[in-house]
Write a protein that binds this ligand. Structure first.
Ligand SMILES: *[C@@H]1O[C@H](CO)[C@@H](O)[C@H](O)[C@H]1NC(C)=O
Length: 533
């Protein structure tokens, strides 16, 4: 509700200038946030720093006289091809891109604009696509990303600006902010909601057909969790469709209490942000309880999965990215796979990508030949399709999955029919000694699993190969053989904790034999058997 001119005048005389703004309630918006000092710079000619005004979602500070509701988010905002702010009614799409663990939105913003410049056809340009990269800084950014007064005594003196900042990496799970110290009640997910609502306002942006929320690496961790617990467009009061692009996250929030690998050594494995236990306690080192969309979390995993499946989500996976291989230090992610690659395939296997109605909400799975590199992922054909082209005209069009070469049967929910018959990577139809055939890639004793997979170490050396080990185990009377580089193991049964994992975890070379064949991987065995496993 707008106040009359007379009331505003009274208000202005009684309150400070900042507080006066709060008299009318806080209206979130790009370019309207309070400017604060920083030493950041854009790295692309079509990128500028802009400040987004954020409303305190708790409502506690809206329209109060203490100025505490003045919350400002630094963003990088794209310019049009004339290097000016784009004309609102020209915009057909908004792409929000979340930075990785280094909190460097300028790089992600530049990478996304460069990808946009690669798009051919449909007249898709910086004149009709708005790209926004929000900044989620932490304590390491104090003094560079937002004002910091080392001589301040109280927190309010130390952090004397309306700049939003979070504790450590907790923004990636939607935690509340820690600065400004007087208002630690802004979930990072609320920030995304307010940016989505801004672009979903049809009075301002009548021609925006699609809002895309994208992130790579830790930014993808945020986007995937936001897709799981985030509000639907209807709950946000907008009609514009919202889609999510999840590129190469370290881990995925798990929408069940089970895990594909042993959890025995990790009591915290199901805590948010890996599962949903203790959701409220997440990121409370410096801020109050996390209450963002709590009714959904309280409703349970099935409700969360249903929410997830109601969204359009693009899962993007780089073939050469096996990073975050860290079974020792990060026990909570380990039970879902030993590296980013395994975690991706295990997630898709457990929670299959849904595309029952290709014209409606649809999950896509895109395999991209790349290392862990955001710009390469953005400008790959699969990236350009999801980020810029799918549903460009608002008519629901969507590219087929770029799930080729296929790594698993479940990586093609919406396959290109022309390629659907392609062989799966790593398949092997050879019949080895004793009638042994390839059964896939299996876990072996490691940080999670204390029992070995096969009891007998039969050979370690340079002659090892699929053929060699199968023959050796057959000669010794064992029905099962397992290879991991120079190691050949034999047994009558697999160990009690052994589980099958994705074949891409067994891409290590064999010391001898067919050069194209693979022999297991770190803590992983390629298994050959003549009996049921
Ligand atoms: C860029 O935006 C400005 C307004 O900010 C407008 O005058 C100009 O025509 C736009 N350029 C193009 C190529 O659309």
């Amino acid at each position: 509700m707008r106040l009359s001119g007379a009331l505003v005048a009274i208000c202005a005389s009684a309150l400070s200038k900042t507080a006066q703004a709060q008299c009318e309630g806080v209206v979130p918006g790009q370019y309207t946030g309070t400017v604060f000092q920083n030493s950041l710079a854009s790295t692309h000619a079509l990128s500028e720093i802009a400040f987004f005004k954020i409303r305190d979602p708790s409502g506690a500070h809206t329209c109060t006289s203490d100025g505490a509701a003045d919350l400002s988010l630094l963003t990088f905002q794209s310019l049009n091809t004339s290097q000016q702010r784009p004309i609102n009614s020209d915009l057909q799409r908004a792409v929000i891109v979340i930075h990785g663990a280094r909190a460097d939105p300028w790089n992600y913003h530049a990478g996304m604009i460069q990808a946009l410049e690669q798009v051919e056809g449909d007249g898709i340009t910086a004149d009709n696509v708005a790209i926004t990269a929000p900044y989620f800084p932490n304590d390491e950014d104090a003094g560079t990303g937002y004002p910091y007064n080392a001589n301040g005594v109280s927190p309010a003196e130390k952090y004397p600006s309306p700049a939003l900042a979070w504790y450590d990496d907790r923004w990636a799970g939607g935690a509340n902010n820690q600065y400004p110290p007087n208002t630690p009640t802004v979930s990072a997910f609320d920030v995304l909601d307010q940016i989505i609502q801004w672009y979903g306002n049809k009075e301002m942006f009548p021609n925006i057909k699609q809002i895309v929320v994208s992130g790579h690496s830790m930014g993808a961790q945020m986007v995937q969790r936001f897709a799981a617990v985030g509000k639907t467009p209807a709950q946000l009061g907008i009609d514009t469709p919202v889609s999510y692009w999840v590129g190469d996250p370290n881990s995925y929030v798990w929408m069940a209490t089970d895990r594909p690998l042993s959890t025995g050594k990790c009591a915290a494995y199901d805590n948010y942000r890996e599962g949903f236990a203790n959701y409220q306690s997440y990121g409370t080192e410096r801020s109050p309880s996390l209450t963002y969309n709590e009714p959904l979390v309280t409703a349970g995993r099935d409700a969360i999965l249903q929410n997830y499946n109601s969204k359009t989500i693009a899962h993007a996976r780089a073939t050469k990215d096996k990073g975050d291989y860290n079974p020792d230090n990060d026990c909570v992610t380990y039970p879902t796979g030993q590296d980013r690659n395994e975690r991706f395939f295990e997630f898709i296997k457990r929670f299959p990508a849904k595309c029952e109605d290709p014209a409606g909400a649809c999950h896509t799975v895109d395999i991209v030949v790349s290392t862990h590199d955001a710009p390469t992922m953005f400008r790959a054909p699969a990236g350009l399709a999801r980020l810029f082209k799918d549903n460009w005209n608002g008519l629901g069009g969507r590219a087929y999955d770029f799930g080729y070469p296929r790594h698993a049967t479940y990586d093609d929910p919406y396959p290109d029919p022309a390629q659907a018959g392609q062989a799966i990577v790593g398949s092997d139809s050879t019949v080895y000694a004793g009638g042994k055939t390839f059964r896939g890639c299996f876990s072996d004793a490691d940080k999670a699993q204390s029992v070995g997979s096969l009891a007998v170490s039969a050979y370690v050396g340079e002659l090892n190969s699929r053929t060699y080990c199968s023959q050796l185990c057959t000669d010794r009377g064992y029905p099962i053989a397992g290879v991991s580089w120079q190691n050949c193991y034999c047994g009558n049964a697999l160990g009690s904790q052994t589980v099958q994992v994705v074949s891409t975890s067994c891409q290590g070379g064999c010391p001898a034999g067919d050069a194209s064949a693979t022999c297991g991987g770190p803590n992983r065995l390629s298994v050959f058997s003549s009996i049921d496993l």
